[in-house]
Design a protein around this ligand. Structure first.
Ligand code: FES
Length: 179
């Protein structure tokens, strides 16, 4: 497994305070129990993924070897070991979603964004990933985009959502340029 390198990592002041709050919730002998929330905190600070220095820093904080932190980060699909786009489109393709049309959703993404599973658009705005059951099979097919779940998804609706997100992102970009 490849873990990408990046500059040294330490929590910023605000996140350091949050990290200390998480650690304080566990007895000192069990501070490794704070691993998952600390990885999540580090991932948010790193722009949505976990470079090796961030994994090392979190591992040191909870007193475990780097490889243990890597095992956890590579087990949960919520953690990413390489950069993802501003919008991470995760299409569930476990059996109920697959039977309900997840392949058509991948095609919609390909048509709209020009990317296949595991790829990121050239402008780094969208990443498309396959994901296992999101726990909403009764309303399959399901797509998760960043923190939002979309159920009973159709290709048409997905394309409309992608268009809306692309437009919002362009608006944010031009506002940033004006500041
Ligand atoms: S199979 Fe897709 S949400 Fe369960």
């Amino acid at each position: 497994m490849t873990v990408l390198q990046s500059p040294p990592f330490c929590f910023d002041a605000e996140n350091q305070q949050k990290a200390e709050t998480y650690l304080a919730q566990y007895p000192p002998a069990h501070k490794q129990s704070a691993l998952v929330p600390l990885l999540d905190l580090a991932q948010n600070q790193c722009g949505g993924w976990l470079p090796q220095p961030a994994l090392e820093a979190v591992a040191a904080l909870v007193g475990i070897p780097f490889l243990k932190a890597l095992e956890v980060a590579s087990f949960y699909s919520m953690f990413h070991l390489k950069p993802v786009g501003s919008y991470h489109v995760q299409v569930c393709s476990t059996t109920p979603c697959w039977l309900s049309g997840s392949d058509d959703l991948y095609k919609a993404c390909k048509d709209q964004l020009g990317i296949c599973k595991g790829e990121t658009t050239a402008d780094k705005k969208f990443t498309l990933s396959e994901i296992e059951c999101l726990g909403a099979c009764v309303n399959a097919p399901v797509v998760q985009i960043n923190e939002v779940f979309y159920e009973n998804m159709t290709p048409y609706r997905l394309i409309e959502i992608l268009k809306k997100l692309a437009a919002e992102n362009s608006k944010k970009d031009s506002e940033r340029q004006r500041v």
